[in-house]
Design a protein around this ligand. Structure first.
Ligand SMILES: *Cc1c(COP(=O)(O)O)cnc(C)c1O
Length: 358
């Protein structure tokens, strides 16, 4: 018996999962302190390093938690209370890094940015004495993709540890730790990877591995994860089922090629954006990732009315915004097991909304 009518998901997590990944979710979790599970975890690590084009000698940490835990763990394990970091704050996820750093007394420059993808990093020169930079590759609250190459070049030039939260674009958009000079890459299971929520990962370059400071947290101690990871284990019971699903998903992406995966998401995003051009909806910024389309309604239509109509009349779920953006913006995610036919359900629902307005 379903607990709710089927909803069509176009939100940045949880996203539509494929039938084979869903089926694995129904399997009894196996015991994990053995060779067979170690093999699976090590394969996941190897595939993640390949897919992220991590530099030689990089490692992966697997945390049983949502993505925010990996953000917090990265701050406490990689930054000290003595060093100054730059936080790129372009929305609520940038603000989350700010709040985490404040809570743990890691000194920061809170660099508020608006309507820029930072392709030009001149404005950051003032802060070049910092020793680290934290950024959300895709500021999911407004669907804005930063220029990761430009940020990486800035970090490289001034020797900053480049910490990138790529939670909401890994797989859907290009991530290349070497080309983008990324030192710590933060990922989680339930967005671009299209798995259930509950698993977060941090990929550490050799430079980031050097920075790991032990003893900052019991559960989220990177050093103990790194030590146990050498034998394909985690210090505590991991999200076994999600790791099995990750293993399957990563082997599928490896077999297909990550570019093909990204291209598929781009095709769907382009398809959606082209289909809605007759409607009075304006892209929120020119810097949208494949992963998401953020839209502002014109003609005094309230974004929250669109969000509510799509749900109540069509069982279609798009992401609302809060605060100042509540009536100005809603977001459509293209992550997950999407097809044009599935996207048509949303497109038709949007056309229906405007039909009813007349
Ligand atoms: C979703 C998301 C997170 C993590 O949020 P959780 O609720 O902890 O999963 C972090 N950063 C970005 C950019 C996100 O989109």
């Amino acid at each position: 018996m379903p607990i709710a009518p089927e909803k069509y998901l176009f939100v940045p997590g949880p996203v539509k999962m494929s039938p084979d990944i869903l089926a694995l979710g129904a399997v009894q979790p196996p015991y994990f302190r053995n060779q067979a599970f170690s093999e699976i975890l090590r394969t996941c690590e190897r595939h993640l390093l390949t897919l992220a084009h991590a530099p030689e000698g990089s490692r992966v940490i697997f945390l049983t938690a949502s993505g925010t835990a990996a953000m917090e763990a990265s701050v406490i394990n990689l930054l000290t209370t003595q060093e100054q970091s730059i936080v790129i704050n372009g929305g609520s996820f940038g603000q989350r890094f700010v709040d985490i750093c404040h809570l743990h007394q890691r000194p920061i420059y809170n660099v508020k940015v608006n309507a820029t993808n930072l392709a030009n990093t001149d404005s950051l020169e003032t802060f070049k004495e910092a020793t680290a930079l934290l950024i959300n590759a895709h500021e999911t609250s407004i669907g804005l993709l930063y220029d990761l190459k430009a940020i990486g070049a800035f970090c490289k030039k001034y020797k900053l540890l480049n910490i990138v939260d790529a939670i909401s674009l890994f797989v859907t958009d290009e991530i290349d730790m070497q080309a983008q000079a990324i030192d710590a890459l933060i990922l989680s299971s339930h967005k671009g990877l299209a798995l259930p929520p509950g698993l977060a990962m941090v990929i550490l370059s050799p430079k980031a591995l050097q920075k790991v400071k032990s003893g900052q947290s019991y559960y989220f101690d990177f050093q103990s994860h790194l030590d146990d990871g050498l034998r394909g284990q985690t210090p505590f019971t991991p999200a076994i089922t999600i790791i099995l699903q990750l293993h399957l998903r990563l082997s599928q992406i490896m077999a297909r090629g990550i570019q093909a995966e990204q291209h598929q998401v781009k095709v769907i995003a382009d398809y959606f954006r082209a289909a809605i051009t007759p409607l009075p909806l304006k892209p929120y910024s020119p810097y949208m990732p494949n992963a998401m389309t953020a839209l502002t309604p014109l003609d005094a239509i309230k974004a929250s009315d669109i969000v509510a109509f799509l749900d109540s009349q069509h069982n279609v779920i798009v992401a609302p915004n809060g605060g100042d953006l509540k009536e100005k913006l809603f977001r459509v995610a293209h992550m997950g097991d999407m097809t044009e036919a599935y996207t048509d359900i949303l497109i038709n629902a949007l056309f229906d909304f405007y039909q009813v307005q007349r």
